[in-house]
Design a protein around this ligand. Structure first.
Ligand code: AMP
Ligand code: ZN
Length: 142
């Protein structure tokens, strides 16, 4: 069953259990809507995850209101944590769907501190936008 009453938890979802305190974890921030924890497999020192307490699988399912709150929280924490960690930048990563690398199907935002020359490797191979693609994509997306 996906939703259980007003708390909207999924009983099979590990992030629901972490976010709602059913399983103890490494909390670095908590409010009524979110728990922020340290990633168990950090890309860099201080890699954290914003977890909504309400279950939603991905960006397609999350409400606009909660998504807006998550982004607002990301801005606040990145600002604070940059100072505390002494890092040089931040990546905010948010995967949706298996094809996009999502492995836990409860919406989350990765807050990944970056340090000059930290060697953390993620990104994509950059190709070049062709004229045909431009025409096609502008037609589809605009
Ligand atoms: P994604 O690939 O975007 O779905 O990311 C899932 C992330 O959750 C990975 O970076 C994992 O290291 C992290 N993760 C999975 N299980 C746990 C856990 N129990 N506690 C903390 N982080 C976790
Ligand atoms: Zn969940």
């Amino acid at each position: 069953m996906r939703n259980e009453g007003t708390t909207m938890k999924d009983s099979n979802c590990i992030f629901c259990k972490l976010a709602n305190g059913e399983i103890p974890t490494t909390t670095v921030y908590e409010d009524d809507d979110f728990r922020v924890i340290l990633d168990a497999n950090p890309a860099t020192r201080g890699h954290a995850l914003i977890l909504p307490k309400e279950h939603c699988a991905n960006i397609y399912e999350i409400s606009e209101e909660l998504a807006a709150k998550a982004m607002k929280l990301a801005k606040k924490l990145v600002t604070e944590f940059t100072e505390k960690l002494g890092c040089d930048g931040y990546n905010i990563v948010q995967n949706n769907g298996e094809a996009a690398g999502q492995t836990v199907f409860h919406f989350h935002m990765h807050l990944i501190p970056r340090y000059k020359d930290d060697g953390a490797a993620f990104g994509w191979h950059m190709s070049e936008l062709t004229d045909d693609q431009k025409v096609e994509l502008l037609e589809i997306l605009k």
